[in-house]
Ligand binder design. Structure first.
Ligand SMILES: [Zn+2]
Length: 316
């Protein structure tokens, strides 16, 4: 039975230090939001209390989706691995949440949930297939084929951040060297900018040279203000990402690629070099069949996506 129009869902995104939660109606519109510091030791009771409060304000909440920074097995509902959530939190999380609230829970990897949100409500809306890339502290990705998340043999499909861009490059957390993440994630944009500021005296004219602790956001801000050095760094970062995007196009011939995450807040300054580099490197007929778009849901992508996963898992 399809959900009734008055039914609502809760989406929750967990990260290392905080949680974002929202009540989302069946159309994918947020009607209430909450943010809190994550209590890793008492996560189940924290989430149960939050769900209780949200249910007091909205009737007809049917299920809860939780986006998790880690690998989730959707068949067993187990959180198999997570860098940010301690093992004690992961064990039995799904069952404990059901028992504590009496509601149905769907757990999913955070990049997958964000992809699903963009697919259903954001920049991917109306399509059939989508590749989603999120570029922030790390680089994640997800694949949606024929309207469904395609997660691969063991849940790890779409890890575009670990495509090799530079065989001689920096060591990556994954053990490889020169992954896309080692040049284009937010901390690595800052690292490359610092290296260049130290090496190249002309770049010391940049305002960034006066700020020892600048972030990738600061760099994007200076680029928007017209700072030549920051513009160059953003453009080069876009070229790296575009190189990865070209590989995705050649591999999947996919109709739409949506790019989100904090680094994409640089807007067209980064999107344009991504598209140009993808065009330069991808097989032309395949490039022409692909729309490359900026995500539209911003920081809400994973919470909305988790809620939509909770909605749609109840239909089948
Ligand atoms: Zn890697």
């Amino acid at each position: 039975m399809p959900p009734q129009s008055e039914s609502s869902f809760i989406g929750i995104e967990l990260s290392e230090s905080k949680l974002r939660a929202a009540t989302v109606n069946s159309e994918g519109v947020i009607t209430e939001r909450r943010e809190a510091a994550l209590e890793a030791d008492g996560l189940v009771s924290q989430l149960a209390q939050l769900v209780k409060e949200l249910r007091q304000n909205t009737s007809g909440i049917e299920a809860v989706g939780v986006a998790i920074p880690g690998l989730v097995n959707r068949q067993t509902d187990q959180v198999v691995a997570s860098r940010d959530l301690p093992a004690i939190v992961r064990e039995g999380l799904h069952q404990e949440l059901i028992e504590a609230t009496g509601l149905r829970f769907e757990l999913e990897n955070d990049a997958n949930a964000a992809a699903y949100g963009e697919f259903k409500v954001g920049a991917g809306r109306g399509g059939r297939d989508l590749f989603y890339i999120t570029i922030g502290d790390g680089i994640g990705g997800a694949i949606i084929l024929d309207g469904k998340l395609w997660t691969g043999a063991s849940g790890l499909a779409g890890e575009v951040g670990h495509i090799t861009i530079d065989t001689e490059g920096e060591e990556c957390e994954c053990g490889n060297t020169g992954c896309l993440e080692t040049v284009a994630s937010a901390p690595n944009i800052v690292r490359r900018a610092n290296e260049r500021l130290n090496r190249d005296s002309t770049s010391s004219l940049s305002k960034l040279a006066m700020n020892k602790d600048f972030t990738a956001d600061d760099l994007a801000h200076e680029a928007k203000e017209g700072d030549d050095f920051s513009l160059m760094m953003i453009e080069r970062t876009g070229k790296y990402i575009g190189t990865g995007v070209a590989s995705v196009i050649n591999l999947l011939n996919i109709e739409r690629i949506v790019l989100g995450g904090g680094v994409m807040q640089a807007g067209d300054l980064i999107l344009n070099p991504i598209i140009q580099e993808a065009k330069r490197r991808a097989f032309q007929p395949s490039f022409e069949a692909t729309e490359i778009l900026a995500a539209t849901l911003g920081e809400d992508a994973a919470t909305i996506g988790a809620a939509m996963l909770a909605r749609d898992a109840g239909i089948s």
